[in-house]
Design a binder for this molecule. Structure first.
Ligand code: AHR
Length: 551
């Protein structure tokens, strides 16, 4: 039996690897992880584990909102199973109503008695895929059944903070101020506070996070950076706070467009305007180009969610780890304008984006299947955020349900979780924990990109600490074999016990369906512990969480 087969077999049977004499087991080890216990790292903002919901395809209608009086179990029209699952992963923040939709949305259309709310053309009506709906659905002609009060109730029920994205392209600044007033003015204080009370909430919602436009370089207005800076000033000057410490999130770059960031902040600096409420700079990075370097065309470059080979598996990660460069580069540039480091990066859209064709229902525009490959990409991304906890203040996975990197699929009464849900479940102990510097040494993954060699890190991970519990999460993207990993705890503290939870499958295409809802699910693994050293086998194509209990 060769070494890899032996390790695989022993991992599967749970047979103990020799762990006594260092000599005997060190020869088996593929990777080393050193966790530095005594270096005080930043707290991992719980908001890094945020979600994104847009009036797009099946996200709101068929996803969150089933309507009051529906036969589908609901709380005030909101899907109960979704609420329960979001509580399970401690969802910290949810962004709404877009996305591109936000810059075409008038919040006033979505309040008051539903029968009086207007029907409008949804922004996504322009999407080529919307043609298949022939205008016959709420995804095309939005009836505004779900609006501000429904969303904020959803947040209250799940325990999430709301993050509202304002319309900067097609509404004046006054509407933004009035939206803040509707949400936050004290009970009985203003006409809008009275409207809010009539709509079910006398108490203010106290919304803290406000996005000032979305993708203002594109669907949000096609602005130049200096033009956007002018609008940003108009929108954010002297906004009443009603005692809520407002945090504004500026519409940041597409991918790593440094010229957008530079142009915006130069323009603010030139005017001497840097409001203290500007606390976040958004970043959108989708992993969409699987053309292996052949094209940068948005349509031609996309891959398929289900139909991919080994190269397609690795290529997604090769493209995905670019996120780390984006975080480093954007953060580096921000330091020139914000030396006090008040403004954090808010990666409020990320995930894979495939060509259409694998959505579970025709109304699910931008819907796509979610496989084990997407779970690994999501895990790698969250590990990047954890490792840069000093830089990333918030993030939102695009999107929560029935769209792109969904955590859930729903259709009418059907409801399932995807492999990405499991990643958020596995990673939830990182929320609010102290990030620990973690040095990983592992061989790179090498693969052929249409004959040309390519490589990316063979093991990615991050660690954090809460009291006497250390959480290490790690991804082994190799399809070839397990990664036997030796973990060293450096600093004061020995391990008394440890366990691991694993997400993997022997099929790289594995995914959950309404017919087979648990094809991809978590399982338990083994960790061997010897004071400050641990040994764990990370199966091929896996995401693992190792939980270490200190003495
Ligand atoms: O998530 C889908 C779309 O992607 C969002 O509406 C937009 O902000 C981005 O381009």
């Amino acid at each position: 039996m060769d070494r890899r087969r032996f390790l695989q077999t022993s991992a599967l049977t749970g047979a103990a690897l020799a762990f006594g004499a260092r000599k005997s087991w060190s020869a088996m080890v593929d990777a080393h992880v050193e966790i530095l216990l005594d270096e005080g790292g930043e707290m991992i903002a719980p908001e890094i584990y945020g979600q994104f919901t847009e009036h797009l395809g099946g996200v709101i209608y068929d996803g969150l909102w089933v309507g009051e009086g529906s036969r589908i179990p609901n709380v005030h029209g909101l899907r109960s199973e979704l609420i329960d699952r979001l509580k399970q992963i401690h969802v910290p923040v949810v962004r709404w109503p877009g996305g591109c939709f936000a810059d075409s949305y008038d919040w006033k259309d979505g309040i008051g008695p539903r029968k009086d709310r207007p029907t409008r053309t949804n922004f996504w009506e322009v999407d080529p895929d919307a043609k298949r709906l022939n205008g016959q659905s709420v995804q095309v002609y939005e009836d505004n059944a779900f609006g501000t009060d429904e969303f904020l109730r959803f947040c209250q029920l799940t325990g999430a903070q709301p993050y509202l994205a304002s319309n900067l392209r097609s509404l004046p600044a006054l509407d933004f101020t009035r939206w803040v007033e509707y949400c936050n003015s004290p009970a009985g204080s203003t006409t809008l506070a009275r409207h809010r009370a009539a709509n079910g909430s006398a108490a203010p919602y106290n919304v803290k996070y406000w996005g000032v436009g979305n993708e203002s370089w594109g669907c949000g207005g096609n602005f130049e950076p200096a033009e956007y800076a002018e609008e940003f000033r108009r929108f954010t000057t002297w906004v009443p706070s009603y005692g809520v410490p407002l945090e504004f999130i500026g519409s940041g770059p597409n991918d790593n467009a440094l010229e957008w960031t530079n142009g915006f902040f130069e323009a603010l600096r030139h005017k001497g305007y840097m409001p203290r409420e500007l606390r976040g700079w958004s970043v959108h990075y989708y992993t969409w180009n699987l053309s292996r370097g052949k094209t940068t065309d948005w349509v031609a470059g996309k891959g398929d969610a289900l139909d991919f080979d080994e190269t397609g598996w690795y290529e997604l990660f090769h493209q995905g780890v670019i996120m780390e460069d984006i975080v480093r580069d954007q953060w580096g540039l921000l330091s020139e304008f914000d030396p006090g480091r008040r403004i954090k990066l808010v990666v409020d859209e990320y995930g894979p984006w495939y060509r259409p064709g694998t959505q579970l229902d025709p109304t699910h525009l931008l819907g796509q299947q979610v496989t084990l490959r997407d779970a690994l990409l999501t895990a790698m991304t969250l590990d990047i955020f954890n490792r840069h906890a000093d830089k990333v203040g918030m993030a939102a996975c695009a999107q929560l349900v029935n769209s792109l990197n969904a955590l859930f699929f729903t259709h009418e009464e059907k409801f399932i979780v995807t492999p990405v849900f499991h990643v958020f479940d596995l990673y939830s102990p990182h929320q609010g924990a102290q990030a620990l510097r973690t040095e990983i040494s592992a061989p790179q993954i090498h693969y052929l990109r249409d004959g040309k060699p390519a490589a990316f890190p063979g093991l990615l991970g991050s660690a954090s600490r809460k009291d006497k519990t250390i959480t290490l999460t790690a991804t082994n993207p190799s399809l070839q074999g397990p990664c036997v990993t030796e973990i060293f705890l450096r600093g004061a503290g020995n391990a008394v016990s440890a366990e691991s939870d694993i997400l993997t499958n022997s099929d790289m295409h594995a995914h959950n369906t309404f017919e087979q809802p648990n094809a991809v699910q978590q399982s338990k693994g083994q960790v061997q512990v010897m004071k400050d050293r641990l040994l764990v086998t990370l199966p091929p194509a896996s995401v693992s969480r190792v939980t270490v209990h200190l003495a």
